[in-house]
Ligand binder design. Structure first.
Ligand code: KIV
Length: 278
């Protein structure tokens, strides 16, 4: 197991400087215990709005609120020492105007202590990205497949399948780079488009379902460790089967309780035996 020990957190400029260098490694985190375990191994942790599906069982990210992101962001920051922590701006909390985006970002950064925020969008969000970055809010953008636009897109499907879609993604990437984003997540996008974007922009690209052509990778931690038994996206590689382990543990515990094998003598409290007199 390789991990890094360093003093203090990885900063946004350090992430930015990794363009074209050692790949940037990232996972999502929503809770203190998981964040603490991931921290020594990651460059940044994303408190993603995927919390909607992973923790709350929602079927899209649209139901997440700013208060939810703040609660999970605080837990992740509190439990970590090294990773840069980035928090997603939830749907409806930034799209209305640059001013709304600034108010939401400032509140999230002040209340959680995170280093940056992430928002979805390209050309249409460039003014907002500029407004934020000029006022001290580092922005990681998110282009390609954008889960908050599931209703306008009509579902989740890989992007960049034809010349128009590819040109739009490249234009999005250029617009948000020019507006000051320090990096961009590219989700669910054809490999040649991810490569074209990565070659074109001077900030790091972080892929999720966007091939090894990106400057780094991110996955949803619960996908990585197999906490969902029913659905595995094509772009996920499972490194553990914790869902199966949890089911086995629950079944073994249930069997022990029903057979009165648990708790055993070692799990019980008894008065201390009196000391023998000399
Ligand atoms: O919310 C999230 O987890 C994300 C990642 C999938 C990049 O945005």
């Amino acid at each position: 197991m390789t991990s890094t020990k360093r003093q203090g957190r990885i900063s946004v400029p350090e992430l930015r400087a990794r363009k074209g260098g050692e790949p940037i490694v990232s996972l999502t985190a929503y809770s203190a215990p998981v964040a603490e375990l991931l921290d020594p191994h990651m460059d940044f942790l994303l408190v993603g709005d995927s919390v909607a599906m992973v923790i709350y069982g929602m079927d899209s990210t649209l139901g997440v609120t700013v208060d939810m992101m703040i609660a999970h962001g605080k837990a992740v920051v509190r439990a970590t020492k090294q990773s840069c922590v980035i928090v997603d701006l939830p749907f409806g909390s930034y799209q209305e105007s640059p001013e709304q985006a600034f108010r939401t970002s400032a509140r999230i950064m002040a209340e959680t202590g995170c280093q940056a925020v992430k928002l979805e969008g390209g050309v249409e969000m460039a003014d907002t990205v500029r407004f934020l970055t000029e006022r001290g809010v580092p922005v990681l953008a998110h282009i390609g497949l954008m889960p908050q636009s599931v209703n306008t897109a009509g579902g989740f499907r890989a992007q960049g399948r034809n010349a128009d879609e590819s040109a739009r993604i490249v234009a999005d990437a250029c617009a948000i780079e020019e507006a000051g984003a320090f990096g961009m997540v590219i989700e669910g996008t054809m490999e040649d488009v991810a490569r074209a974007v990565t070659e074109k922009v001077t900030v790091p690209t972080i892929g999720i379902g966007a091939s090894p052509e990106c400057d780094g990778q991110i996955l949803v931690t619960d996908d990585l460790v197999g906490m969902f038994s029913t659905f595995k996206p094509k772009f996920v590689k499972r490194y553990a089967e914790l869902g199966e382990e949890l089911q086995k543990a629950a079944a073994a515990y249930a069997a022990d309780v029903r057979a009165r094998r648990f708790p055993g003598p070692e799990q019980c409290f008894h008065p201390k035996a009196p000391q023998a007199a000399e």
